[in-house]
Write a protein that binds this ligand. Structure first.
Ligand SMILES: [Zn+2]
Ligand SMILES: [Zn+2]
Ligand SMILES: [Zn+2]
Length: 325
């Protein structure tokens, strides 16, 4: 073997080692590169990407900028997803896809397109190794689906955690709501459906009914709780109690099991209907002594701490599953 071919061999081995090494790089959930020359489109895409959790969206109008930023990240040992709008020519898309795969063979490239998934150019790109396609018109859900898929495949740990938390909630309940599971576990639609599907298939849960569930009018989460307060002092030290109106002196006071005399006039309370009447379903506040027929009730969102009254709640359909004991 000549000197130069030994040298060449050595270089090729280094390349292979580098490729293997680069293949395992973590995929950034914070940074993302977008190849988009149209400003209005860039704004929309940025909005969806921030909604699915990305913090830094690098918008590029030139292929060379996108490739340069990508390779800068690879040098810092992070792989960054790349989104390409196919409003550039097909030749240019192929160019950027090839250049990126040369830098990192399992880069995550996503194409935004108005074409069908079985379009010849799209199938070619898919077989070239792009991760997925987001179809126009754009929707938040399609961004969610694509990224939950990308991260699910690379993030077995997270998937395991969601599964364990799901089991924890399932075994602690007699019924579970699909919306609530999703909002508590912070899983995507697809992830939640997979958890539900898996559990149904192993007959651990059974679909019982569909309901309309209150959700936060600010963040749309069903992870909310119902709170009740005294309408006068906003305290929580009240309980349901019947009230007695004593006809003799006109006093109204909470009924206690042992009261036979009136706390105001100290006379016998007497017989119901003749000497006094009873109001049922009242509430008596121990803090301010107020009596009221209905506590002040509001929802509190456990995700964003928003407070809202029932009238202003958002309503979401959810499936309720019965847990097999
Ligand atoms: Zn909220
Ligand atoms: Zn009160
Ligand atoms: Zn009295």
């Amino acid at each position: 073997m000549s000197e130069s071919s030994i040298e060449k061999n050595r270089l090729e081995n280094i390349d292979l080692m580098q490729i293997e090494y680069f293949s395992d790089l973590p995929i950034s959930k914070r940074e993302v590169i977008v190849m988009e020359y149209s400003n209005p489109m860039a704004i929309t895409i940025r909005k969806f990407l921030t909604s699915v959790g990305f913090e830094d969206v690098h918008i590029c109008k030139e292929i060379k900028d996108a490739v340069r930023i990508f390779s800068d990240f690879i040098n810092k040992e992070v792989s960054v997803p790349i989104i390409i709008d196919d409003n550039i020519s097909y030749e240019n898309i192929k160019r950027i896809v090839n250049e990126v795969f040369e830098i990192q063979p399992n880069a995550k490239i996503i194409i935004i397109t108005a074409k069908e998934k079985n379009d010849i150019q799209i199938t070619e790109l898919l077989s070239a190794g792009i991760s997925s396609v987001i179809q126009k018109p754009l929707s938040l859900q399609s961004f969610r689906n694509v990224f939950s898929h990308i991260f699910e495949n690379n993030d077995q740990g997270q998937g395991m955690m969601a599964e364990q938390s799901f089991e924890f909630i399932r075994t602690a309940s007699e019924r579970i709501s699909q919306n609530k599971i999703q909002d508590i576990l912070k899983t995507s639609n697809i992830e939640t459906e997979n958890l539900i599907k898996k559990s149904s298939e192993s007959r651990n849960i059974m679909l019982e009914t569909e309901i309309l569930e209150a959700a936060c009018n600010q963040c749309n989460s069903t992870n909310i709780t119902y709170i009740a307060e005294c309408p006068n002092c906003k305290g929580i030290n009240f309980k349901q109690q019947n009230l007695i109106e004593h006809y003799y002196c006109g006093e109204v006071f909470p009924k206690e099991p042992n009261n036979t005399t009136c706390p105001k006039c100290n006379k016998e309370i007497g017989a119901v209907g003749t000497d006094y009447r009873e109001f049922s379903d009242y509430y008596v506040c121990n803090s301010c002594n107020d009596r009221f027929p209905k506590p002040l009730s509001r929802f509190n969102c456990l995700d964003c701490n928003n407070f809202f009254i029932e009238k202003l709640a958002a309503w979401k359909k959810s499936k309720i599953y019965r847990v097999r004991s």
